[in-house]
Design a binder for this molecule. Structure first.
Ligand SMILES: [Zn+2]
Length: 177
């Protein structure tokens, strides 16, 4: 086998030096963009501003709405309890929709940016459906949740029942008490 001229080696090193970080970036973004939550998760369109590399994910659970934004270092997570949702509105642009969730607790509204229209409608429907379910739940059910021993969720710091296996606020699996 004939040896390559030194210039070719240089080019090869150069290509490798460029390709390695690119592969690393790809691997990190693939790992970070996995669905962060089971159930109904809505991923923002990569066409929208701020969503190209790490699209924001929004999980709608029977107890809470969680907005999840991966970052190069760590992640950002913002959740509100279903019972604190005051209203859900959809702001539709030319291609994509924003879902704006106003809260009653005085905390900042969650603005879910850049969703497909169908997803936005589904998010609104789900949230309103869970709100109705909660409102019509028998009072004894709510009382049972409120009574008894409690502890703080290690993930979202909300107060939950000591025997809970899943956090009712953030929906995560909990270590045994
Ligand atoms: Zn929690």
């Amino acid at each position: 086998m004939e040896t390559l001229p030194p210039e070719t080696n240089l080019v090869l090193y150069f290509v490798a030096a460029l390709a390695l970080p690119a592969l690393l970036v790809l691997a990190v973004s693939l790992a970070k963009n996995r669905r962060f939550h089971p159930g109904d998760v809505f991923v923002a369109s990569r066409l929208s501003r701020g969503n190209r590399i790490f699209p924001t994910q929004v999980a709608v659970t029977p107890t809470s709405v969680i907005q999840f934004k991966p970052q190069w270092l760590g992640r950002q997570e913002h959740s509100i309890h279903i019972s604190h949702v005051a209203s859900v509105s959809i702001d539709t642009g030319l291609l994509l929709s924003d879902v704006i969730i106003e809260t009653s607790g005085g905390s900042e509204p969650i603005r879910c940016h850049g969703h497909h229209k169908g997803d936005a409608t589904r998010m609104k429907q789900l949230i309103e459906q869970y709100q109705t379910q909660r409102a019509s739940a028998p009072a004894t059910e709510v009382a049972a949740t409120e009574g008894g021993a409690t502890r703080d969720c290690p993930f979202c710091a909300e107060t939950i029942k000591a025997a809970a296996k899943v956090c009712r606020y953030c929906g995560r699996d909990l270590p045994p008490a």
